[in-house]
Design a protein around this ligand. Structure first.
Ligand code: AHR
Length: 624
């Protein structure tokens, strides 16, 4: 293949092009990125959390009694907070027994590591009670401490445990050495969280996300953002403030959402990674404007118009929570959570892949106009609805154009062939209309693997996204995380269990794009010998320049079953060092594990690179 780069035609492209999509799907938050090890710490699990109202999903889920003469009941008479109505009453602990929490598939504990245990408790006024807390692995005690409860009112007590051994499946044992005690918010966190944050994120998983070098993070979905009925819409105010006062809810992916990883933790995670937050809020309508059976059985549904003012105020309040001075009502709440500085929110998504109907349009328009009027500095991202082949999101785009929405969210999950054949998707997009946020995409094969074939199809498509980086401002693969044994949706980018993080081939592609992004695009022509159209489309390149480092980065994808020698002409690029860093990801199409291999290569104004069959090659060149 011959590649002719036209450095003189360089055009600026988005510097926020590659980001990540976080949704609490596949146990991505509770039991996943959120480092809490206790499952159902607040005793708020409910049968309705599971489809079909599974009665085992109740306040005692994940808890059991250990020892004789101990009783474990749930009460609601005097809760810590109305949002957290259930608590445990443990009686008979003085007989030598207690309660055990099983965690999320157990608790992974590492020898020598410290763990912070805490709980709210109260007991008979004026008396003091000792509570033994242990990490147990079967019959073995691997850590223990004694906490003291002195209060007749709810009070939080805490202790630090140091593990004397490692265990993949430990449990937390609590033995109140008193006749009766009330317990709630029983929590266990590893002392080591990502960036050492309190109420923080699992260090290894968060690091894997950070390693992509995402320029933005979408949150909280996906469908979780708009829910499957109007009372399942994610309300950001339920997710901030003291943990015991947050309002948990049913996760439409069929489990319980504690809200422990809420908006504060999300904004902080973005800041810790140097990524822009891109919160997505419901456009006043649930998924496909359609209520679940409990909400009107498939009727078109949205927040009643007479409640929209309050809903719009919630959206505006989120901006104050993120950016307002600590003297403002919501800015004060952020400051109280430990972050007086603003989070510098610049974007807000309104709507997620919604059915574009009158119900939607009416509500979206109200929210959009209100946010624009009050916060013209915020880029509002609209939605153009689900993708149907051939429709080009027409109705959604009509609304966006009418309202002059600055950016719209497009989603598509398609076959690798679709991605290969649609590299021109954005070439003809009108540069004077809304910019695009490609908010969800992934290549899907039967059986839904994440393998080299899907990853290279995505890599090829991303060369076209970079080429169109003047109209596509952001792109995020979806979904991001999936816990083994709890996966509702495949493929995902990062799989994990309690001890191991398993990154995919698709992850490697995202990471290579994330760490090799550019701020300008250098147009290039590719001429492939034997150039039949279907052959040509399987070799794609993108050349970008990164303003900060001055590096020119050449990305080359070869989805052909044969090696391709690429003769590149970089005329007009002033090369500072003829030794460049070359990274190659290659293997067989069905490979689910491939790791990039780095080496140095010699480059010049003209140089030839051998692109292995089924490969993605990135060459990073120093320029003057
Ligand atoms: O990414 C998984 C789901 O796909 C999202 O929740 C939804 O927006 C889309 O349909």
């Amino acid at each position: 293949a011959g590649i002719q780069v036209h450095a003189e035609l360089a055009k600026p492209i988005s510097n926020t092009l590659l980001g990540v999509f976080f949704e609490d799907i596949n146990y991505a938050a509770d039991g996943g990125l959120y480092a809490e090890l206790v499952q159902n710490r607040d005793f708020e699990y409910a049968p309705g959390d599971k489809q079909g109202r599974d009665s085992t999903w109740n306040s005692t889920h994940s808890w059991k009694v250990k020892g004789n003469g101990v009783q474990f009941a749930i009460d609601t008479v005097r809760p810590i907070h109305p949002n957290n109505p259930h608590y445990a009453v443990v009686t008979g602990g003085s007989n030598g027994g207690g309660v055990v929490n099983a965690g999320f598939d157990g608790m992974a504990v590492t020898q020598g590591a410290q763990y912070h245990v805490s709980f709210f408790a109260r007991q008979e006024a004026g008396k003091s009670a000792k509570v033994l807390v242990q990490l147990i692995d079967g019959d073995k005690v691997i850590a223990q401490a004694v906490a003291e409860v002195r209060s007749g009112a709810w009070k939080q007590v805490s202790a630090t445990l140091t593990a004397s051994g490692s265990a993949a499946n430990a449990q937390l044992y609590i033995q109140p050495m008193v006749n009766s005690i009330h317990l709630d918010m029983v929590s266990l966190f590893p002392a080591r969280t990502f960036k050492g944050r309190k109420n923080g994120l699992r260090a290894d998983l968060a690091q894997a996300v950070a390693d992509i070098h995402p320029r933005f993070v979408r949150f909280p979905g996906g469908c979780v953002a708009h829910g499957d009925g109007i009372d399942n819409i994610y309300r950001w105010k339920n997710s901030i403030g003291p943990l015991e006062a947050r309002k948990p809810q049913r996760n439409l992916w069929n489990y319980h959402q504690s809200m422990g990883l809420g908006y504060f933790e999300y904004f902080r995670f973005c800041e810790d990674m140097g990524a822009e937050p891109v919160p997505v809020l419901a456009a006043g309508v649930p998924c496909q404007n359609s209520g679940s059976s409990a909400h009107g059985g498939g009727q078109q549904e949205g927040i009643p118009l007479n409640e929209m003012d309050a809903y719009i105020q919630d959206v505006i309040d989120l901006i104050e929570y993120a950016n307002g001075a600590p003297t403002t009502f919501w800015g004060k709440k952020r400051a109280e959570a430990g972050h007086p500085e603003p989070f510098h929110l610049k974007y807000i998504g309104i709507g997620n892949e919604d059915l574009i109907s009158d119900v939607f349009e009416e509500r979206f328009t109200l929210i959009y106009k209100a946010v624009r009027a009050k916060h013209p500095e915020i880029t509002v991202i609209g939605t153009v609805g689900p993708f149907f082949e051939g429709t080009d999101y027409k109705e959604g785009w009509d609304i966006a154009s009418k309202l002059r929405v600055p950016m719209v969210d497009e989603h598509y999950y398609q076959t690798p062939g679709w991605f290969i054949n649609n590299q021109n998707f954005y070439d003809a997009y009108d540069r004077n209309k809304s910019k695009v946020y490609l908010g969800e995409y992934a290549a899907h094969l039967p059986g839904r693997p994440n393998n080299l074939e899907t990853a290279l199809a995505e890599a090829i498509y991303l060369t076209a996204v970079e080429r169109n980086g003047d109209v596509v401002s952001m792109a995020s693969y979806a979904p991001l995380l999936a816990k083994e044994g709890h996966t509702q949706w495949s493929p995902d980018l990062i799989y994990f269990n309690n001890t191991t993080v398993k990154t995919t081939v698709g992850y490697e592609v995202q990471k290579l794009y994330g760490i090799n992004s550019g701020t300008s695009y250098l147009p290039a022509e590719v001429a492939v010998n034997n150039g039949q159209d279907n052959v040509k489309k399987r070799v794609a390149i993108s050349v970008v320049k990164d303003a900060a480092s001055g590096d020119v980065i050449v990305k080359m994808v070869n989805l052909l079953p044969v090696t391709v020698n690429a003769a590149t002409n970089l005329k007009g690029v002033s090369i500072a060092n003829t030794q460049a860093v070359k990274t190659v990801l290659t293997g067989k199409p069905a490979d689910k594990v491939c790791k990039p291999v780095e080496s140095t290569c010699t480059v010049g104004e003209q140089f030839v690179t051998s692109l292995p069959a089924y490969s993605f090659t990135v060459i990073r060149i120093k320029t003057k």
